[in-house]
Write a protein that binds this ligand. Sequence first.
Ligand code: PEP
Ligand code: MG
Length: 292
Amino acid sequence: AARQSGSAFSGPVSTASGEQVQLMINVTGLAELKQMNPSQVDGIGLMRTEFLFQEREALPTEEEQYQVYRQMAEWAAGKPVTIRTLDAGGDKPIAGLTEAGDLNPFLGVRGVRLSLKRLDVFRVQLRALARAAVTGNLKVMIPMVTVPEELDRCRDLFRSVVGELNDQGGAAAMPPIGMMVEVPAAAIAVEDFNADFYSIGSNDLIQYVMATSRDEPQLADLARPSRAVFQLIAHVVDHARRRGREASLCGDLAGDPQQVASLLDQGLRSFSVAPGALGPVRGAISRYSGKA
Ligand code: PEP
Ligand code: MG
């Protein structure tokens, strides 16, 4: 996994027509970062925190989480580090947390829905994030947001956690709070959400728009970005631009060099990809000379 070929570069990425594009990485933990230099990327566009919670006896403590988030912020040396709050459920069950026997886990209590039901667990994560936010350029992203109230509740909770920490004499800060756009309802009505930034989760967005499991090989031809999906992506990107907020895309689509031109055609100028996809995606961006 320590392949550096194709990603041994530094500096920003530009299209053939000279437009700058932000290129970030998706990570699950500190191990991946040890093999990389932050000069190779524009930051971390998605840190999936599920992996801190999986395959263990007890949930990670505030201190344990804080240490991981802080070290990521330090690694990035001022570049953005986007940490997603726990996205348990769906394809990522967590013992003692997610509901066993859910007949339709992708439409069930997952992501922010679970966090808002388990405030005991969510508050621990928010406290760790609020403390880490003073150590670097941290951004916090909420998964599976479906209605504006969910994001509002997260923001209120974050504010109360920061107040609590400050009252206890601890250093804590309120980072920008953004949302994953991966539920069709959120993409269609994106203007209703009070998000500081947006990150399009194409893996789930495609599965929910196309009514096609992201894990069913027999339906691979349907689990593709159709014109309907591209329309939603363009809608989110347009809205973000009008509001002066960032919009990125962190699903697998961003790491597919064959899709890069289509995504740039929708106006997207920020990608977050698996570290192994950096080289090919950088190449595809640099060959792009505008809408065909
Ligand atoms: C997505 O849904 O596109 C995404 C990036 O999140 P995950 O794959 O973790 O569901
Ligand atoms: Mg997702």
